[in-house]
Unconditional design. Structure first.
Length: 203
């Protein structure tokens, strides 16, 4: 199998980037980019630590990622499974990447930067939902921000409801857990209970 092993070989294969792909990248949050951040209800958070890489889904109501100023965004860490893989990485390595999805739009928005965790009480309270504040807020200083062109979303037909996967076509979380734990965890009761559990523990 042939491999690309140097950046010179890679450059020879792909050539120079087009001008627009470089012009769209800046080191601060412009007004247009602010609007994209505030419209997004879903972000993929990529981090890196001694054990390797992690990419974590983050979702909430549009605007849940707050633009603090032209160089800083803030994102609450909502309730989850307490694995804290991403947070553990941030504490040890501040380098992060954010990918914002915009339902119905082909464009995505990317931020590369350096993050830290804040537990400032007033800040936590400002992100409270239904009276429940997050335990920490991910504060990211922007090094680079730019939009990604729509080709991937268009190819995937991501927002096309006709392409949505039918629930019965995939294994359920309960089925996966049961298989991995020799039926010690998961199962049908897990799947039945999960929607209500998720509703009461959403925030």
């Amino acid at each position: 199998m042939s491999k690309i092993t140097t950046v010179e070989e890679l450059a020879a294969l792909y050539g120079a980037p087009v001008e627009t792909s470089l012009a769209k990248e800046v080191s601060h949050i412009t007004e247009h980019y602010r609007k994209m951040v505030e419209a997004s209800p879903f972000v993929a958070l990529a981090t890196s630590g001694p054990e390797g890489l992690d990419c974590s889904p983050r979702g909430d109501k549009p605007g849940f990622v707050r633009v603090h100023d032209e160089n800083t965004v803030m994102m609450p860490d909502r309730r989850g499974n307490n694995r804290v893989d991403s947070l553990r990485n941030i504490v040890r390595n501040p380098n992060v990447a954010l990918l914002f999805l915009l339902p119905g739009s082909g464009s995505t928005l990317r931020i590369n930067g350096r993050a830290h965790l804040s537990i400032e009480p007033d800040l936590l309270e400002s992100f409270a939902m239904d009276g429940k504040a997050p335990r920490s807020v991910i504060v990211t200083e922007v090094d680079a921000i730019y939009f990604q062109c729509a080709r991937a979303i268009v190819r995937a037909e991501l927002w096309n409801p006709d392409r949505h996967i039918a629930p019965g076509d995939l294994p359920t979380p309960g089925e996966i857990l049961a298989d991995l734990t020799d039926n010690r965890l998961g199962g049908e009761n897990y799947d039945i209970a999960w929607p209500r559990k998720a509703k009461v523990t959403l925030w």
